[in-house]
Structure formats: C-alpha cells, structure tokens
Design a protein around this ligand. Structure first.
Ligand code: COA
Length: 258
C-alpha cells in the first residue's frame, strides 16, 4: 500500500458533488457523461452506489467511482482520477473499494466495459485479477471503438444467517447497513413478485432515460415523456425502498440467505 492509499477517505457521493465530478469527468473521457447522466447516478439509491475521495487540504474531489447492482453482480459504471493525482495508487484504492463492496453485498462478480485503447485502465483491472471475457464491437463513439468486457469473479462464500444475527454481530443500532439492505433485497427478490416487477420497471425506466439523456435535442413531447419517466422512476424507487424498510421492521427471522 502506498502513501496515497493510506490517507484516502471515501465518502458516498451526493448531488452537491456534481460540479466537481463533472470537471474530472470532462478531462478524463473523450465522450464524457452528461450532467444528467451523472445526476441520475447520484440520485439512484438503493441500487446505485457512488463514492468520492477528496484532497482534504482543499476539500476538492480528486477521484470518484460509480457502481450499480444488477441482480447478483456489480456493474462498475465509471471510475476516474483527477489527472494531477494519477499514478499515486488512487485508482488501486478505488478498485479495492469496489471489491470490498462486492464482498459486503455478497455479490458474485464485477463487470465493466473499457475502451480497447485504454491501456492504463486495462492494466489496473488486470492487476486486480479481472479477466477479459468479451468484446463489444463499436461500443464507444467519438472515436468509434470496440469495448473490452472485463469481469472479476468474487471468491467469497455465500452469507448465512439471519438479518437479526448479523445485526447482533455488528452490535449497531437501528440503522441498516448496505450489507443488511442487500440481504433484504435478495429475500424480496425471492419472495415478492411485486418487488421483482418494481425492480424490472426501474431498470426499464432507467434504460429509456439513459437513451433520452444521450440525445442533445428533445421535442416538447419527448421532454414531457422524459419528465414523466423521471417521476415514475422516483415513485418506483420509493416503493422499493418502502418495501425494504418494512421488511426490516416486519420480521427478521424471515430472511435466511445461503
Ligand atoms: C485508469 C485510472 C483510474 C488509473 O488511476 P491511477 O490513480 O492513476 O492508478 P494507480 O496509480 O492506482 O495505478 C494502479 C495500476 O494501474 C495501471 N496504470 C495506471 N496508470 C497507468 C498508465 N498510465 N499506463 C499503464 N498502466 C497504468 C498500472 O498497472 C498501475 O500499477 P503500477 O503502478 O504498479 O504500474 C486513471 O488513469 C484515470 O482516471 N483515467 C481516466 C478515466 C478512465 O479511463 N477510467 C477508466 C474507465 S473504464
């Protein structure tokens, strides 16, 4: 572990970080995400997770990572380090955080896409044992380029026990950890048709919004449609969160994973 990694602190990203994230995003990628795309990641609990790390002296964001849980895997959506801070171990620390998230959430693997020419990122992923598992032809634009698909298979044993046992072990109060939340999500996926269809609707709305966000000009009808989709997505997310909270309140013994 080098100096940078020892002193880094990661905190969940919030909407107030948007502007600083955009500065790094724009200098890091040939075809950067738009503010709308980044904002939707920052808004997207419970299935999206974003972290930033700061230069503590200047209170300035120097790196970030966006991840999303898709069924039993974690999709690494984006990772970037401010150019002035590269080659100091921050990229490694971010990947370590990603792998910790996978373990904490008891997920099976990490998947990501990367431009075939992105040597730095490919080397970083290989260093952590990610394997190339596929090629997406012409996946990227500006410039058009193939994407490599990398995967990391988690080596953890499946979780056993109930949420109650886990809570007793961690000896904490009423707040739900990400780990507990994931246990409840897994249980709801198995037990509740309603939750599964909410999750499906959420992903569909997200995909259609992503398409709309990529387009520079929308007609007034399309703008309305976009607003409606955003509202619907928030409502779906609220319902999912409500089910997660109520499950936690209702019955600990119900959940048994593994
Ligand atoms: C990829 C990126 C996140 C790496 O961050 P970083 O903080 O510079 O990386 P680290 O200092 O932790 O380096 C870790 C390893 O990555 C690889 N690496 C990083 N930069 C590299 C470079 N310029 N050339 C070759 N390998 C490189 C090396 O394997 C390095 O290990 P080493 O120091 O033992 O050689 C950074 O270059 C970046 O933000 N790039 C622009 C955004 C991007 O491409 N994101 C990935 C999208 S999929």
């Amino acid at each position: 572990m080098n100096l940078a990694q020892k002193t880094l602190q990661f905190t969940p990203a919030s909407l107030s970080d948007l502007e600083q994230i955009m500065v790094i995003e724009r200098v890091s990628f040939a075809y950067p995400w738009t503010e709308g795309m980044v904002r939707s990641e920052l808004n997207d609990a419970p299935l999206s997770f974003s972290y930033v790390t700061r230069d503590l002296e200047k209170n300035q964001i120097i790196a970030y990572v966006f991840m999303r849980v898709l069924y039993d895997e974690l999709h690494l959506l984006s990772i970037a380090v401010d150019p002035a801070w590269r080659r100091q171990g921050i990229g490694e620390a971010l990947i370590a955080l990603v792998l910790e998230t996978v373990r904490e959430k008891n997920l099976k693997r990490v998947t990501l896409e990367v431009r075939i020419s992105n040597r730095a990122a490919c080397q970083l992923y290989r260093k952590f044992g990610f394997k190339e598992v596929g090629l997406r032809r012409k996946y990227y634009c500006k410039p058009t380029e193939n994407g490599l698909v990398f995967q990391y298979e988690a080596k953890t044993e499946p979780l056993t026990g109930t949420i109650g046992q886990y809570r007793a072990l961690t000896q904490k109060g009423g707040m739900m950890t990400m780990h507990e939340e994931q246990l409840i999500v897994e249980a709801l996926r198995k037990e509740s048709y309603e939750f599964r269809s909410l999750e499906k609707t959420h992903l569909e709305l997200e995909a259609s919004l992503e398409v709309m966000n990529k387009r520079k000009i929308l007609s007034s009808d399309e703008e309305l449609q976009k607003k409606k989709a955003q509202k619907e997505k928030l409502a779906v997310k609220d319902s999912m969160e409500m089910m997660i909270r109520e499950y936690d309140l209702a019955g600990e013994a119900k959940v048994r994973v593994g």
